[in-house]
Design a protein around this ligand. Sequence first.
Ligand code: ADP
Length: 234
Amino acid sequence: MLSLNGVTKKFGGLTAVDNVSFDVKEGSICGLIGPNGSGKTTLFNLISGVYPLTCGSVKFNGVDITKLKSHAIANLGLVRTFQIVKPFNNISALENVVVGAFQKHTNRTDAEKVAVRSMEMLDLLKYKDIQPQHLPLAIKKKLEIARIISTEPKMILLDEVMGGLNPQETDEIVETIIKINDTGMTVLLIEHKMKCIMKLSEKVIVLNNGAMIANGEPEAVVNDKEVIRAYLGD
Ligand code: ADP
């Protein structure tokens, strides 16, 4: 579904992402981990067309998306969340999700139907008439997921959707991600909570200083010497 080949990003003298290549299989959940500053968010920005690549290429569902802009990539069915959620605060939660649904639908009734279905999947319908500014962080994070789901994507990139949440809220998001994946959506997620990564991921990719140092099944990756060294330091 997603294929990276030698993806590299330089910011001046700093190589934030260094020659990264991996594939994400259709229908799978894949985890992207690494210490702070290892290049995870930059990699998401490269895949989703926020930044141009310095070199390398990205293919999505058979299409070369390397030079495409974010909206074109989203139209192909690859969408992402942002670490800092920024909903429109002056409209209701439902309207925020309808905005996502309008990406595919021009008809209001159809868009609203899709938005309601997305909110239902995340157990958010009870908040539909409330403006996001009045909702707690955990609900705002779910709302961000509902918004991207309502674009009816093939694949989603989740950037630390469990950050700042308590254990119960975290478990809820984990269950939600499983439910979304069960509908056939492919998932790539950045997450610091190892328990969640272990539970969700079929495959885990580890970055350190921009380079990929491991790529495999979660059990093997967490026991990998180089991965342990990257996290604990020498
Ligand atoms: P992570 O998400 O793993 O914490 P980032 O992708 O945010 O890591 O950052 C990787 C490196 O790239 C860091 O050294 C960071 O300072 C640098 N970086 C990220 N974005 C920019 C930018 N827009 N300009 C310059 N340097 C950046």
